[in-house]
Design a protein around this ligand. Structure first.
Ligand code: UDX
Ligand code: ADP
Length: 462
């Protein structure tokens, strides 16, 4: 079908965890739009064109299949894509900058800026540019400045449309979001661009859930939403440390406080720590912005959310070492799960990376199992691989001859394992550290394990 057969021509630059699923959903819900997803990574683009998608996300393949080849296309030809598009979503990665000013805190905008410059160089007609990547506030303004200096007489309107999907639930989150946020300049052109984006989502989302605002508030809302979510986890994790000292039970405390409708029950699962590509990066970004504006107390407040997370990860490893008689050298330790959460293969900022490295520093032998993340785990640990780390797809085999199991990811499949069978194959005394509190600890203890949950008393046989 020619481009003229479609009422909008949408391009997305960046075919990752955000760009891929979001565009697949738009294409599936809007057969009257042509949606093209472009990336510089040819291998990734090839994978999107097969049934073996480059990311694991429940339900994603069905959505892609609905539209692929009809109105959804994947390409490395960014130039052609830019020429043809009316609307360009930018969802390239913006990792934390690791060099120069703001190192370790602010976002690295080199991919974003390169994209803006590509658009600037290649475009032959007006475009709406939609910022999907998480960016520090006021980036849109800078980008609009770069783009408006084009000397071609073209208009580029930059709109902020932050993505709130969570990995593992991307498809339901996209299909039925709590809200969609679109920010733009409060000018006639800005409002018109904003309306064009609202119109896309209004194909399947009711208008009362699509909110609009100025561009800076939209950008800041994304950072603040993630900071608040992460803060809840650090809050409950900090109390888990107190529970372990005082023999209270964090699950009971979370249940009791969560029944207060002002607090609510979600996001109160104490764990080994939060991971993922967003939380730490966005908080550090917020901290950087606060410092920039001289708000040092506010910066310290939010920074403490990240510090408690690091404390929680550190505490988990210390607990393992201490429980195993203060020496783990040459002991086999099986990590059940490596992804930063269940139902994804993503390992970015996964607490399992930290835990593995710390165990390896103590010369333990770490056997990693995960249903979806082994490939990424190998990449994350390539520098310590042969000496300290093994990978094993089958959790029963991973636990064979192990002194301890540490549950790092809350995969449902780990709840259903036969722990009696696992216990029999392990070295004794056998230890189980439940970094996600997913098992029936009393039952596991009765099998013979020494059990160390998060935020609950340990159950030991000595
Ligand atoms: C997050 C936000 O939820 C999403 O809105 C935003 O768009 C991107 O960042 P994501 O990182 O994919 O999504 O996953 P999320 O479900 O928020 O979990 C983040 C981390 O917190 C995971 O490591 C998870 O295991 C951990 N977590 C979550 C807990 O430890 N306890 C909880 O109660 C909830
Ligand atoms: P996110 O979780 O934010 O979606 P990902 O890392 O999964 O982040 O995806 C970002 C994608 O953006 C990657 O596939 C990367 O190859 C792509 N990318 C980065 N820079 C460019 C660029 N200049 N042009 C096109 N794609 C890019």
């Amino acid at each position: 079908m020619s481009d003229n057969a479609f009422s909008k021509n949408i391009l997305c630059i960046g075919a990752g965890y955000v760009g891929g699923p979001t565009m697949a959903m738009i294409a599936a819900k809007c057969p009257h739009y042509k949606v093209t997803v472009a990336d510089i990574n040819a291998e990734k683009i090839r994978a999107w064109q097969t049934e073996n998608l480059p990311i694991y996300e429940p339900g994603l393949l069905e959505v892609v299949k609905k539209a692929y080849g009809k109105n959804l296309f994947f390409t490395t030809d960014i130039e052609e894509g830019i020429k043809r598009a009316d609307i360009i979503f930018v969802s390239v990665n913006t990792p934390t900058k690791m060099y120069g000013g703001g190192a370790g805190k602010t976002a690295d905008l080199q991919h974003w800026e390169r994209t803006a410059r590509d658009i600037f160089r290649i475009a032959e007609s007006d475009k709406i540019i939609v910022e999907k990547s998480t960016l520090p506030v006021r980036t849109a303004e800078a980008m609009e400045r770069i783009l408006s200096a084009n000397g071609k007489g073209l208009n580029f309107d930059v709109v902020s449309n932050p993505e709130f999907l969570a990995e593992g639930t991307a498809i339901p989150d996209l299909e039925n979001p709590d809200r969609v946020l679109v920010g733009s300049k409060e000018t006639e052109r800005g409002r018109k661009a904003r309306e064009a984006i609202v119109e896309i989502y209004a194909n399947w989302i009711s208008k009362d859930r699509i909110i609009t605002c100025d561009i800076w508030s939209a950008e800041l809302s994304k950072l603040v939403a993630n900071a608040f979510l992460a803060q809840r986890i650090s809050s409950i994790n900090s109390i888990s440390a107190l529970c372990e000292k005082t023999e209270a039970d964090i699950k009971k405390v979370a249940h009791a406080i969560g029944m207060d409708s002002r607090i609510g029950p979600k996001f109160l699962n104490a764990s080994v720590g939060f991971g993922g590509s967003c939380f730490k990066k966005d908080i550090l970004n917020l901290v950087y912005i606060c410092e920039y504006y001289g708000l040092h107390e506010v910066a310290r407040y939010w920074e403490s959310v990240v510090k408690i997370n690091e404390y929680q990860e550190g505490r988990f490893v210390q607990k393992m070492i201490h429980a195993m008689f203060n020496t783990i050298a040459h002991k086999r330790i099986a990590l059940f799960g490596f992804a930063f959460k269940a139902n994804t293969g993503d390992t970015r900022e996964s607490p399992a990376i930290y835990v593995t490295r710390k165990l390896a520093e103590e010369h333990a032998r770490v056997i990693i199992t995960d249903p979806k993340a082994l490939h990424n785990a190998e990449y994350d640990l390539k520098d310590i691989l042969q000496k300290y780390v093994e990978f094993e797809a089958d959790p029963y085999k991973a636990a064979e001859g192990a002194h301890a199991i540490a549950i790092m990811t809350e995969w449902d499949s780990y709840k259903a394992l036969d722990y009696k069978k696992i216990y029999e194959r392990m070295e004794k005394p056998a230890f189980l550290f439940d970094g996600r509190n997913i098992l029936d600890h009393q039952k596991i203890y009765e099998i013979g394990f020494n059990v160390y949950p998060i935020g609950k008393p340990a159950l030991t046989h000595f």
